[in-house]
Design a protein around this ligand. Structure first.
Ligand code: ADP
Ligand code: MG
Length: 448
């Protein structure tokens, strides 16, 4: 296994440190990203996606922990080393394009090369070549950026990010300002850069419909990495053994424990979900303990006691804060016993990656045939977005229902209550049957 391209090790990022408005945007976050992976950072606004990205860029000094890129602690770099790192190892694309409006498109792309001491003719050749590749011809390249459409400007920004041939390409909501067709073009270019140029891509989005582009999706919430979901539709970069591909967590577990009963796999899956930080011996004990919870032998107080009891005294040796969090999550899970039932199947399929449009088609068909409702283009678009958000776990069932009833000016569809209820119920049923990844909100919720 190759060394991680990026490794965040218990990294804390604090804004306004020491001031009254001090704020921890990343809380002891642990992240591993491998060379040539395409990673999407996904989560609600304010969860720390941009903060994580800018820390990889070398712009935010951790108040604790480390950020290691290709084996080097980048925050231990001298200014000159940091400069070189930012110039040649990393490329970045922003939501707002950030092109210089007073110079031509070509010069925008060539600019980073000037600092590398590349001769002008060579700079131009490289810039034009890259622009060509992303659909910007020599004619357009002579214009000022403001002459270009948003989609074209963003493709210029992508070319600029690549001009120094960086190993890692960062992108912060790169299609957030684009119409859906331009957005798709730009997203396709990131895919090409990942697959053909073999670059590591780390991209931020809050839009679930782009998740299928990634090898792995990092679900963030409240400054933490909550879950990593592997896209079963993509050949994985991160391998367990030579020649072996991780498909889904449950498949992985089933391979590791070929004779395990479904309930044992379920326990492992729960354990894996509630904690990523324990060692193997601790995990073994935690599994036994959770099995006892599932069988009803252990209540929450006893569970907590066992968690905090030192390992050499037969416990698991977790600190109090973590123990509280694990206890809370496990017992929420127990209350949702039917969800627990579904949990394994759902995780087994990881099907946020299943073609969402098929799902939307079924919903539209149901609306037309069963409810006699014909959706127009705008309504279909809003419905598509709402379904993507529901399926991606960004909206719960109630919020989806609200969206059905909201006016179009608020991104809704303005269906009446009965129809909205029927659509919403049908979607929830499909989710339950189809095994989309949806977890109870409480499980994803903030620390209390
Ligand atoms: P995301 O990109 O996921 O929307 P950010 O990483 O931008 O989230 O922000 C995470 C949290 O940190 C938010 O609560 C935000 O208000 C806060 N934050 C971001 N930048 C700053 C800053 N410069 N000063 C203080 N707080 C900040
Ligand atoms: Mg952001």
């Amino acid at each position: 296994m190759a060394k991680p391209a990026v490794l965040a090790d218990n990294m804390v990022i604090t804004y306004n440190k020491g001031k009254s408005n001090e704020f921890q945007a990343l809380k002891k976050i642990n992240v591993e990203i491998y060379p040539r992976e395409y990673i999407i950072l996904f989560g609600p606004s304010g969860c720390g996606k941009s903060t994580l990205l800018y820390s990889i860029l070398g712009g935010l000094v951790p108040s604790d922990g480390h950020l290691i890129v290709r084996g080097e602690d980048i925050y231990a770099y001298t200014p000159a080393e940091m400069n070189r790192y930012q110039r040649s190892t990393i490329g970045i694309v922003y939501q707002q394009f950030n092109l210089i409006s007073s110079i031509s498109v070509m010069d925008n792309v060539a600019l980073p090369r000037i600092f590398m001491g590349t001769p002008p003719s060579e700079r131009a050749e490289r810039a034009l070549g890259l622009l060509q590749r992303f659909g910007i011809n020599d004619q357009i390249a002579k214009k000022l950026p403001t002459w270009l459409s948003g989609g074209q400007q963003q493709r210029v920004a992508v070319a600029r990010a690549l001009v120094n041939d960086p190993e890692i390409l960062l992108a912060d909501e790169p299609v957030g300002n684009l119409d859906s067709i331009s957005a798709e073009h730009v997203m396709d270019s990131f895919q090409e850069i990942n697959e053909k140029d073999r670059k590591t891509v780390i991209l931020v989005t809050h839009d679930a419909k782009y998740l299928p582009y990634a090898h792995r999706v990092f679900y963030m919430r409240d400054g933490l990495l909550r879950r990593v979901v592997v896209n079963p539709e993509k050949k994985q970069i991160k391998r367990t053994k030579p020649g072996e591909t991780i498909v889904t967590e449950i498949e992985q577990l089933a391979r590791l424990y070929p004779y395990a009963e479904p309930i044992e796999l379920k326990v492992k899956s729960v354990v894996n979900y509630v904690t990523q930080t324990l060692g193997f011996s601790q995990l073994g004990r935690l599994e036994k303990l959770i099995l006892d919870v599932l069988k009803g032998f252990v209540d929450d107080a006893l569970f907590y006691d066992q968690l905090v009891r030192p390992f050499d005294k037969g416990g698991i040796g977790v600190n109090e804060t973590e123990a509280k969090d694990i206890t809370r999550r496990v017992f929420i899970l127990m209350r949702y016993s039917h969800d627990v039932q579904r949990f394994r199947e759902i995780r087994g399929q990881d099907s946020a990656f299943i073609n969402q449009s098929k799902f939307i088609d079924r919903l539209l068909e149901y609306m037309e045939k069963e409810l006699g409702v014909q959706a127009n283009a705008d309504q279909k678009k809003a419905l598509k977005e709402a379904v993507a958000e529901r399926v991606g776990g960004m909206k719960n069932g109630d919020e989806f229902l609200q969206t059905m009833m909201l006016p179009p000016s608020m991104g809704g569809i303005a269906f009446d209550r009965d129809i909205s209820n029927a659509i919403s119920r049908n979607l929830e049923k499909m989710i339950a049957q189809g095994g989309y990844i949806i977890l109870p909100n409480e499980l994803l919720g903030a620390h209390t």
